[in-house]
Each structure stands twice: as structure tokens, then as C-alpha cells.
Design a protein around this ligand. Structure first.
Ligand code: HEM
Ligand code: HEM
Length: 236
């Protein structure tokens, strides 16, 4: 179960490592790749780049699913797998401006995280079938609708992170960068798994280089649905 602390974090307490490097690298690579996939979707001539960033997002999520089982304490799914009653209790505690404090992900954040991970896989799979000409216009509508749903959840996720940060007087965004929070030392993790985190970053960069170098298969233009064949429909 997740570590629930009855009182808010003590801002004076020493900072303790709770997010390992692979989790943090995953998050910020995901933010960049998701934004890049979203932006490149606007222009047909960037479709190959769009697929590259989309594949990156897919690969990152597959990594995160494995890390959710094999990773360190607060990164493991078991540590933020909550019952609906926990989610409601957390939302109620937010509404009363006395939010319950969790060392790792809080129950509302956990819902957004699982929704994002699941939707990402569906967006990547639908984009893949579209790109390789396995599905028609209807799939484009589904792909776009799910990508937009993701964007909405991302908006709620960011707002949630900011609101929780304010209410807890704890900078959650900085914690996702540094890996550290002011919690009791026994909540901490022993090591940051720097090697694996570094390997994840290198693997993503290597994939981008390989893609730009022409080593990653891309759909021939003729295979793409009508819509994806060379007319720009977005901003130019
Ligand atoms: C600038 C934009 C973003 C900010 C500031 C942000 C902030 C954060 C923060 C603070 C956490 C940790 C929450 C906690 O302490 O419980 C987190 C976790 C997470 N965020 Fe974001 N986020 C952003 C964008 C995104 C995007 C675009 C996605 C997905 C497409 C995303 C997916 C996730 C996931 C999956 C986690 C869980 C991390 C893990 O345990 O691996 N975030 N985010
Ligand atoms: C997180 C990942 C992804 C996001 C956020 C995303 C987002 C989007 C969006 C918003 C559109 C609609 C563009 C528009 O019509 O204005 C789109 C279209 C498309 N996406 Fe993705 N996508 C992702 C992943 C992928 C992947 C992995 C592939 C292929 C391997 C792909 C292939 C396509 C194709 C072929 C289209 C149709 C392009 C067109 O209308 O001309 N997408 N995507």
C-alpha cells in the first residue's frame, strides 16, 4: 500500500530520495515526446516525425509498465493502487482544504496516471494501424479523439499537481525533477538506479538518431490513408 502520512510534509525536514532516476527520466521524456507528437500531428509533411515521437511515447510506456513491477518502492504500481473509496476520501480531504499526505502518488494522481498509461497505448496502437494503411478514416477520428482525451487528462494532471503542491506546501514538480521530498528517512529509497536511468535516455536518443538516419521502417506514402497523403490540413 502507499505510504500515507497523517500530517503534511515538514518543509524543514531533510530531503529524502523517493523517485528513482528511471522514473524521472521516463516522465520528462514522456512530456517532451507527447508534446512533440501532438504538435507534429498538425502537418502531414511531419507525419514521419509524428510517428517517431509516437513510437517513443509507446516505448516509454512499455518501459514504465515493466518498471511498475520491477522498480523501486514508490515507482511500483502496488504502491499506488488505491480503492475507489481512497480516491473519494482523498478528493474530500482536498475539498476541505486539509488534504491527506502521501509520500508517493496520491490516489487522485494515481487515477490520472493509470488513465494516461492506458490511453497512450490505445493512441499509439490506433496511430500505428492508421499509418500503415490498415484502417480507414474512422480510425483517424478515434485516434484524434483519444489523443485529445489524453490532452484533457494531461491538463487535469498538471492542474492536480499544482493544486496538491499548493495545499501541501510541497513542490511536487520539483520532486519529479530532483527525486526528493521532505519526508521521514524511512520513506526513502536506497539508490536512484542511475545506470538504468542513463540507459533509458541514451536509448531514446539512439532511437531518434536511428530514425533520422533511415534505419527505422516508415510507411510508404501510398500505404497511408487518403487523408494522410500529402494534404496539409492544419496550421501552416
Ligand atoms: C509540464 C507538464 C507536466 C508536469 C508539470 C507534470 C508533473 C508531474 C508531477 C509533479 C508528477 C508526480 C506527481 C506526484 O507527486 O504524485 C507527475 C507524474 C506523472 N505524470 Fe506528469 N506532468 C506533466 C506532463 C505530463 C504528461 C504530458 C504526461 C503524459 C502524457 C504525464 C504523465 C505522468 C505520469 C504517467 C506520471 C507518473 C510518473 C511515474 O510514476 O512514473 N505528465 N507529473
Ligand atoms: C502519444 C502519441 C500520439 C499522439 C498524441 C498523436 C496525436 C495525433 C493527433 C492529434 C492527430 C490528428 C491530427 C489532425 O488531423 O489534425 C493524429 C493523426 C495521426 N497520427 Fe497520431 N498521435 C500519436 C501517435 C501516433 C503514432 C505512434 C502513429 C503511427 C505510427 C501515429 C500516426 C498518425 C496518423 C497516420 C495520423 C493521421 C494524419 C493525418 O490526418 O494526415 N500517431 N495523431
Amino acid at each position: 500500500m502507499a505510504a500515507l502520512q497523517s500530517s503534511p510534509a515538514d518543509a524543514q525536514a531533510p530531503l529524502v530520495l523517493i523517485w528513482d532516476l528511471p522514473t524521472r527520466a521516463f516522465h520528462w521524456l514522456l512530456v517532451f515526446s507527447f508534446a512533440a507528437a501532438y504538435v507534429t500531428a498538425e502537418w502531414d509533411r511531419f507525419l514521419d516525425l509524428h510517428a517517431m515521437f509516437g513510437y517513443t511515447v509507446g516505448g516509454l510506456v512499455v518501459f514504465r509498465l515493466l518498471w511498475g513491477v520491477l522498480g523501486t518502492r514508490h515507482a511500483r504500481f502496488a504502491s499506488f493502487w488505491f480503492r475507489p473509496a481512497d480516491v473519494l476520501a482523498y478528493l474530500r480531504s482536498i475539498a476541505s482544504l486539509r488534504p491527506r499526505h502521501y509520500t508517493g502518488h496520491n490516489p487522485a494522481g494515481a487515477v490520472a496516471i493509470f488513465a494516461l498509461l492506458g490511453l497512450t497505448l490505445a493512441v499509439v496502437a490506433s496511430g500505428f494501424t492508421l499509418y500503415w494503411g490498415m484502417a480507414g478514416k474512422w480510425m483517424e477520428d478515434i485516434h484524434e479523439a483519444m489523443a485529445n482525451a489524453m490532452l484533457v487528462i494531461v491538463g487535469v494532471h498538471i492542474a492536480g499537481a499544482l493544486v496538491s503542491s499548493l495545499l501541501h506546501r510541497e513542490n511536487l514538480v520539483r520532486a519529479m525533477v530532483t527525486g526528493r521530498k521532505a519526508v521521514s528517512p524511512e520513506q526513502g529509497i536506497a539508490g536512484t538506479r542511475a545506470l538504468l536511468g542513463g540507459l533509458l535516455v541514451v536509448a531514446v536518443l539512439a532511437f531518434w538518431v536511428a530514425d533520422r538516419g533511415g534505419w527505422v521502417p516508415h510507411a510508404p506514402v501510398a500505404a497511408r490513408g487518403d487523408h494522410a497523403r500529402g494534404h496539409d490540413h492544419g496550421r501552416d
